[in-house]
Write a protein that binds this ligand. Structure first.
Ligand SMILES: C[S@@+](CC[C@H](N)C(=O)[O-])C[C@H]1O[C@@H](n2cnc3c(N)ncnc32)[C@H](O)[C@@H]1O
Ligand SMILES: [Zn+2]
Length: 273
């Protein structure tokens, strides 16, 4: 499934190393992930989300805060792949891996073969993801230059993460599907009301894609109860807005916010022929 990020030839695994025919080698970290991000593609020393936000996301997801979204994603994937016995699922920008980990568990008994893999540009996220899930493959890589073989994936999933539709189209099999998740208009509106004088709803209009044609769109909207401390601190900590506040404002928010609306738009896309 992997290709060399330097010369785009397939990577083979021999003992501890992955290598291409041009002898570019990549080793597996102890926790099981591979770093396939060429040094020259790093724009900063620690690209992507930082440790605090990743830890908060893990904490929030461990409480099942977005369980209805995850269940709906599993359902969409079932629908899109019902005619297949074996599928390969790839998540772009997986963070600490909550979605791909959930999907691996939810779908593992439904296919004769299920390959799950994911990337993120943040090494700390990929490391956490790999430690928590030994059955999926995790790589440090940019979603704008994926070291994934062309036409080797059935489903690409992208949840609240940046990436290149051209790259997703390249790695997807001809009948493969891209599933994207973006915030819906009401997403975290109560949180915004606490922060802004004139909070605005999310603009959930769709961006045109040259490489893909949208085939379906579904909205998943539900209330998230924040009475449980871990869930509340997790949700606040994984939200970039929260970190922009003064410490006293953060404390006040944490003491008063008891519920938020989660609102998502799930879109399915097929490759434009
Ligand atoms: C809002 S988070 C979403 C993470 C995860 N999908 C989730 O919903 O829990 C966005 C993620 O995209 C990652 N990211 C940012 N730029 C990226 C890039 N160029 N390639 C891959 N991942 C990137 C960040 O490190 C972060 O983990
Ligand atoms: Zn190479």
């Amino acid at each position: 499934m992997w290709q060399c990020p330097l010369c785009q030839q397939p990577l083979q695994l021999t003992e501890k190393f992955w290598h291409c025919e041009n002898n570019h080698t990549f080793d597996k970290a102890k926790s099981g992930y591979m770093n396939l991000l060429p040094v020259q593609s790093k724009n900063s020393k620690q690209p992507g989300d930082d440790k605090l936000m990743l830890a908060a996301r893990r904490e929030f997801h461990s409480t099942g805060g977005y369980a209805p979204l995850m269940a709906e994603l599993a359902e969409q994937i079932r629908k899109e792949t019902s005619h297949k016995a074996a599928i390969s699922l790839f998540e772009a920008g997986c963070g600490e891996g909550a979605y791909i980990r959930y999907l691996r568990r939810a779908l593992s008994t439904e296919f004769s073969s299920l390959t799950t893999a994911a990337n993120d540009i943040a090494k700390v996220g990929v490391e956490r993801a790999a430690k928590a899930d030994k059955e999926s493959q995790y790589i440090v890589a940019s979603s704008y230059h994926l070291p994934v073989l062309s036409e080797s994936v059935d489903i690409v999933l992208e949840v609240f993460a940046p990436g290149s539709h051209t790259e997703y189209a390249r790695i997807l099999a001809p009948d493969g599907k891209l599933i994207t998740v973006d915030p819906g208009p009401e997403h975290l509106f109560e949180l915004k009301q606490h922060i802004y004088e004139n909070p605005q709803k999310h603009d959930s209009s769709v961006n045109e894609s040259v490489a893909f044609t949208m085939t379906s769109q579904a909205q998943v909207c539900f209330s998230v109860d924040l009475q449980e401390d871990r869930r509340r601190s997790g949700l606040l900590g994984m939200t970039p807005l929260y970190w922009k506040l003064q410490p006293e404002k953060r404390e006040r928010l944490s003491a008063t916010l008891k519920q938020v609306t989660a609102d998502f738009v799930i879109r399915t896309w097929c490759k434009t022929s």
